[in-house]
Design a binder for this molecule. Structure first.
Ligand SMILES: Nc1ncnc2c1ncn2[C@@H]1O[C@H](COP(=O)(O)OP(=O)(O)OP(=O)(O)O)[C@@H](O)[C@H]1O
Ligand SMILES: [Mg+2]
Length: 217
């Protein structure tokens, strides 16, 4: 459904991605973990077509939507209008569907996005992406700045969408524990390279990987 091969992306003199290959199958949930500056956001921006790689290929089959790092809502606009902006090329702009799948969002519809809490804003950002009726969703930092209870509610919503709508997800997460629990397969990105990948269960059990890359005890 999504395949990137040998991607190289540079920001000026900085090589942010140095030969990265990743894939996400239909209806698959895949995690991408790595420390600050590893290149995670650069990779999702490349996959979403927002930055052009200097080398490599990207193929996407199906509709792709993207939840950007830091939510990036229009803070002076209502939740409702923020959601409408996510509609896929003028398709159905009625957020009714999204209000059904993300409980609590309808109650916030008239509020200005900038007045919401971080968790509420993240819910709106996910909702806005779902307005595109995606078959694959890229999420850049689901848990950033959110309380554990909010994170687990969001994670439950993603899991439900995956189960009920066969939504494929590429989840970028600093919280390796969460990412590996939610996604059966994972990549670890360090300094612009995939240093290891495989089943999340295997990665979690490998002592060296836990310490060096996942920040787990
Ligand atoms: N717009 C940009 N202009 C210049 N350099 C950039 C830009 N975006 C990212 N970089 C650089 O590219 C490298 C990778 O950054 P990126 O944002 O992809 O990392 P990340 O893994 O998402 O980090 P974080 O966990 O902090 O979000 C870093 O060295 C960063 O400074
Ligand atoms: Mg980032």
């Amino acid at each position: 459904m999504l395949r990137a091969t040998d991607l190289v992306v540079r920001w000026g003199a900085v090589t942010a991605l140095d030969g990265v290959s990743v894939s996400v199958g239909k209806g698959e949930m895949v995690a991408l973990v790595g420390s600050n500056g590893a290149g995670k956001s650069t990779l999702v921006q490349a996959l979403a077509g927002l930055v052009r790689p200097v080398r490599g290929t990207i193929t996407v089959e199906g509709r792709l939507a993207y939840v950007p790092e830091g939510r990036q809502l229009f803070s002076d606009m209502s939740v409702h209008d923020n959601l409408r902006l996510g509609a896929w090329r003028g398709r159905d702009r009625d957020p009714g569907r999204v209000y059904e799948v993300l409980p609590g969002l309808a109650d916030l519809a008239r509020r200005k996005a900038g007045t919401l809490s971080g968790g509420q804003q993240q819910m709106v950002a996910v909702g806005r992406a779902l307005m595109a009726d995606p078959e694959i969703l890229l999420v850049d930092e689901l848990s950033l700045g959110l309380a554990p209870i909010v994170v687990s509610a969001l994670a439950d919503q993603l899991r439900l969408l995956h189960q009920t709508r066969d939504l494929a997800v590429l989840l970028i997460e600093q919280n390796a524990e969460l990412a590996l629990e939610l996604c059966p397969r994972a990549y670890v990105l360090e300094n612009g390279r995939i240093v290891t990948s495989g089943s999340s269960a295997d990665l979690r059990q490998t002592e060296a990987i836990r310490h060096a890359y996942l920040g787990l005890p």
